[in-house]
Design a protein. Structure first.
Length: 316
């Protein structure tokens, strides 16, 4: 009788633990990154002697924040580094540049009453090792903008406008200067304990399995306590490549905790192609592809599983 009672209590405690773990993991998932629209600015002055630059643009929405971004890059071969000159704004936009590398006026953000913005940048000596580009970035995609189909608050798909150009294009030609893109997103977790895994580098690869390099996308991304990753990309096909700690494996057939579906779904396998394409009737009607969510399990095998203490994570 004692054994039976013990088993019943053990089973009940196990169910409570699994329920709490599921709630904790689900609660740790960060908010979907807000849509971004990137519009290029025209550079009207670049002086390598005194390390200054001036750029301007028109066609921006009025009475909304416009983040002013300076990027340096060598196209697909060398990648990009972008910054507003303000670390807080860089974090909001998920930029990978050094905020202390420039002095910007306005300092990272402005508002416009007539749709025009301008940017003056000082102390950019390090930027002259590559091609300079300048952008105005707004958050949220207004429904009247071509190709967006609007934004629904409940949607899980991320959207943003991207500009894939090595040199500035006149912002007056706004349709050529603004392209809408989407996301693969998800979490990395321990296949046995179901704990999210921090400090995992996730590299996004293009259709040729080369590293994806665009101004708006930090790549690779390093996970934190929630194990989450979010990439912002244009329409196309992609792959995910996680760094694998020495005591883990990343395989097509991991041994998963039987309760993994309470917290994770759309399990990603090595070399699985992710198609961010508008190729169904529903997607064509919405003018955007379906959300592409992937969770990545790393299997500890017979090694010690990862366990962490519950903690609060702030997304802001």
């Amino acid at each position: 009788m004692k054994i039976k009672t013990f088993l019943i209590v053990f089973f009940a405690v196990s169910l409570v633990f699994i329920s709490l773990l599921s709630s904790l993991v689900s609660g740790q998932t960060g908010p979907v990154q807000e849509a971004q629209v990137w519009r290029c600015l025209t550079s009207t002055h670049e002086n390598a002697y005194d390390y200054t630059a001036y750029a301007e643009g028109t066609g921006f929405p009025t009475d909304r924040d416009v983040y002013l971004v300076t990027c340096v890059g060598e196209g697909n071969s060398g990648g990009y580094e972008c910054t507003t000159g303000n670390a807080q704004y860089d974090q909001l936009l998920k930029l990978a540049g050094d905020a202390d590398a420039i002095i910007a006026d306005p300092p990272g953000k402005t508002r416009t009453a007539d749709g025009k913005v301008s940017l003056y940048v000082e102390d950019i000596s390090y930027l002259h090792t590559g091609t300079l580009t300048f952008f105005g970035v707004t958050l949220g995609v207004p429904s009247q903008e071509q190709g967006t189909g609007g934004i629904e608050g409940e949607e899980k798909s991320q959207q943003l406008g991207t500009v894939i150009i090595p040199t500035p294009t006149p912002v007056e030609d706004i349709e050529k200067c603004t392209v809408i893109g989407w996301d693969p997103f998800g979490r990395v977790f321990d296949a046995k304990s179901l704990e999210p895994l921090p400090n995992i580098n996730i590299t996004l690869l293009d259709s040729n399995k080369n590293k994806y390099n665009q101004p708006q996308t930090a790549n690779p991304l390093t996970t934190v306590k929630d194990g989450a990753f979010n990439f912002l990309v244009t329409e196309g096909s992609y792959y995910l490549s996680p760094s694998v700690p020495i005591n883990y494996t990343f395989t097509a057939n991991p041994i998963l905790n039987p309760n993994y579906q309470s917290a994770y779904f759309n399990i990603y396998k090595p070399n699985e192609k992710i198609d961010e394409l508008i190729n169904t009737r529903e997607e064509i009607s919405r003018k955007k592809p379906d959300p592409e969510h992937r969770d990545i399990p790393l299997d500890p095998g017979s090694n010690q599983v990862y366990e962490s203490c519950p903690s609060m994570i702030s997304y802001g």
